[in-house]
Design a protein around this ligand. Structure first.
Ligand code: A2P
Length: 319
């Protein structure tokens, strides 16, 4: 059946290694996933496309049954680059249109030519990496206008934003000719983002929570401590025991029950199945409140961890 609105559970493709990617996408579609959350920056769109192509060839689904999201990377914000970046993504994914194309970060970047890079003696830290990126002078409204043209040209069905804060989203709403369909942000019980989500809802913008299982993937990246797993929190464990579900299902259910879509990543078939089997039970009000109360405003995908290094910027992009 054709998918015309974003399914509430999608497969997050960030961090899936190239060699696992086609099989994981295929397994997910076979397990019932119809929403794939991709990005040029994840470096695996060719393999995602292979998984999609095999699933369609084997008759598991048609292209129209899938909701495919991808994202414009920071270095392609200039209006003349936006369609070229989208065309590369379409070619890599082997599809003719996207259901949703998002601005990945509200940060326009450009490569610094070798001859313009700072001399190492300018750095306080002699071990610091010489930045190869700088901020580019592209206002977000120009990038958005180029995104709107993609809709006009029927290359994408919807456009949206990622990692925007409330001020940037409000600003966008003042000039958008085509409104954003969705806002994608990090959100889990340690980072409930209630104000930003309330604002998105007021603007009738869907919210997709990335890293909905909290710190798990960041443990692998050493971006979180081993004691930080949300799955061992007593409020989560108690609800899981009452319902006969896993802690992961409880945490994912909490997010969909408050109206967000989620894009958990897993390369394991059993977990793929587990993560989508969250529509035959409900948390009660006390459980919802207890899980929401775990909020620490804790962001794992944190500028303190990687923005300076990866983006060569210290500017705060989050609320
Ligand atoms: P794996 O791919 O080995 O299953 P997030 O989307 O929050 O970044 O979480 C992704 C992380 O959570 C990955 O490390 C993934 O590992 C793991 N994961 C995914 N589903 C589950 C689950 N149902 N139970 C426990 N861990 C999970």
């Amino acid at each position: 059946m054709a998918t015309t609105t974003m399914p509430q559970v999608g497969l997050g493709l960030w961090k899936i290694a190239k060699q696992d990617c086609a099989q994981t996408v295929y397994d997910a579609i076979k397990a019932g996933y119809r929403h794939l959350d991709s990005a040029c920056d994840y470096g695996n769109e060719i393999e995602v496309g292979q998984g999609i192509a095999k699933a369609i060839a084997d008759g598991l689904c048609s292209r129209e049954d899938l909701w495919i999201t991808s994202k414009l990377w920071n270095t392609y914000h200039a209006p003349e680059h936006v369609q070229l970046a989208l065309e590369k993504t379409l070619k890599d994914l082997g599809v003719e249109y996207l259901d949703l194309y998002l601005i990945h970060f509200p940060i326009a970047q450009a490569y610094v030519p070798i001859e313009e890079r700072y001399p190492p003696e300018w750095f306080f830290d002699p071990e610091a990496e010489n930045p190869s990126m700088k901020l580019a002078q592209v206002p977000l409204h120009k990038t958005w206008a180029a995104m709107e043209e993609l809709v006009d040209n029927s290359l994408v069905k919807n456009i949206g934003i990622c990692n925007y804060n409330s001020a940037l989203m409000h600003d966008l709403m003042t000039y958008a000719r085509i409104k954003p369909y969705a806002l994608q942000i990090e959100s889990h019980p340690y980072n409930t983002q209630e104000r930003l989500i309330a604002m998105a809802k007021a603007y009738d913008v869907e919210v997709t929570a990335f890293s909905p299982l909290g710190a798990l993937s960041y443990l692998e990246l050493d971006m979180a401590g081993a004691d930080e797993s949300v799955l061992t929190q007593p409020a989560v464990v108690a609800a899981a025991e009452r319902l006969g579900k896993t802690p992961a299902q409880v945490v994912l259910r909490w997010n969909v029950q408050r109206g967000c879509s989620i894009i958990p990543k897993s390369t394991k078939l059993e977990r793929l199945k587990e993560n989508i089997a969250i529509f035959d039970f409900a948390l009660n009000d006390e459980e919802m409140t207890a899980i929401s109360a775990l909020n620490l405003d804790k962001r794992f995908n944190d500028p303190g961890h990687f923005c300076q290094a990866a983006f060569n910027t210290l500017h705060p992009i989050y609320d």
